[in-house]
Design a protein around this ligand. Structure first.
Ligand SMILES: Nc1ncnc2c1ncn2[C@@H]1O[C@H](COP(=O)(O)OP(=O)(O)OP(=O)(O)O)[C@@H](O)[C@H]1O
Length: 231
């Protein structure tokens, strides 16, 4: 099971500009939380605060059931240094908890990596260098890394952006499987049909928290004047 997350007056200012007015609330464990709002609303900034990547005000408390587990982060724009001489296979090897040394073990690891890459539709890209992947492929690779790490807390920043429909289907299936297995998922999404179908809770962000509740409670509010009409 993934953790719950409590936010206590989480706020963010950058260069004296208030990006997020204080946000308080509880993200329940084992649920899919959709974070929605217009462009520039502060959704990615909120996610970076929750990940500990962004200095902020207020408190974030993770309530792990038992020992803290691993988290996975798939950013909106994943970047790798293009000149890095690392193949996809080598990158995935660094993720495996049991690394291969010799013959049989190496073969087993390779099979494991191939199986993971198949789940995100990248099985034919094993020998490419990181810098040769497209944007959508980089996202899928980071998703595969999260799967290998058996992460129970997932941060997905617009995970379907740039994916073709086949890849979208694969990633969506994995998201639903993670949810069924009890992971806590935070997903920034602009597709309100997807949010309506799959989210347990919705957090409407626009310079702070505008609304929080079920899709039925929150989505109608996203259609109000002044906000994007997506509901
Ligand atoms: N260093 C900075 N100084 C001032 N403002 C900044 C800084 N960095 C980001 N911002 C602003 O913070 C706001 C929130 O950005 P953020 O990336 O969190 O938005 P978002 O809701 O994820 O948007 P999108 O849907 O377009 O991805 C934006 O208006 C952005 O211009």
């Amino acid at each position: 099971m993934g953790p719950g997350i409590t936010l206590e007056r989480l706020a963010l200012s950058l260069n004296r500009v208030q990006i997020l007015a204080p946000v308080s609330g509880h993200m329940a464990a084992g649920r899919l939380h959709a974070i929605i709002g217009p462009n520039g609303a502060g959704k990615s900034s909120l996610m970076k605060c929750l990940l500990g990547l962004q200095p902020h005000q207020g408190e974030i408390i993770r309530h792990w059931p038992g020992r803290p587990g691993r988290l996975a982060y798939v950013p909106q724009l994943a970047r790798f240094e293009p000149s890095l001489p690392i193949t996809i296979e080598e990158f995935m090897l660094t993720t495996l908890s049991r690394r291969p040394l010799f013959g049989r073990s190496r073969r087993r690891c390779r099979a494991r990596i191939e199986a993971l890459l198949t789940r995100v539709g990248l099985e034919h890209k094993l020998h490419l260098r990181l810098g040769q992947l497209s944007g959508g492929e980089r996202q899928r690779l980071l998703f595969a890394q999260g799967l290998e790490r058996d992460s129970r807390l997932w941060f997905l920043d617009e995970p379907m952006t740039g994916l073709d429909s086949e890849a979208e289907g694969l990633i969506n299936r994995e998201i639903q499987a993670l949810k069924a297995a009890g992971a806590t998922l935070l997903v920034i999404h602009h597709d309100m049909d997807w949010v309506r179908r799959f989210a347990d809770e919705v957090w409407l962000i626009d310079g702070g928290l505008r609304a929080h509740g079920s899709p039925l409670q929150v989505l109608p509010q996203y259609a109000q004047p002044g906000l994007e009409d997506c509901a």
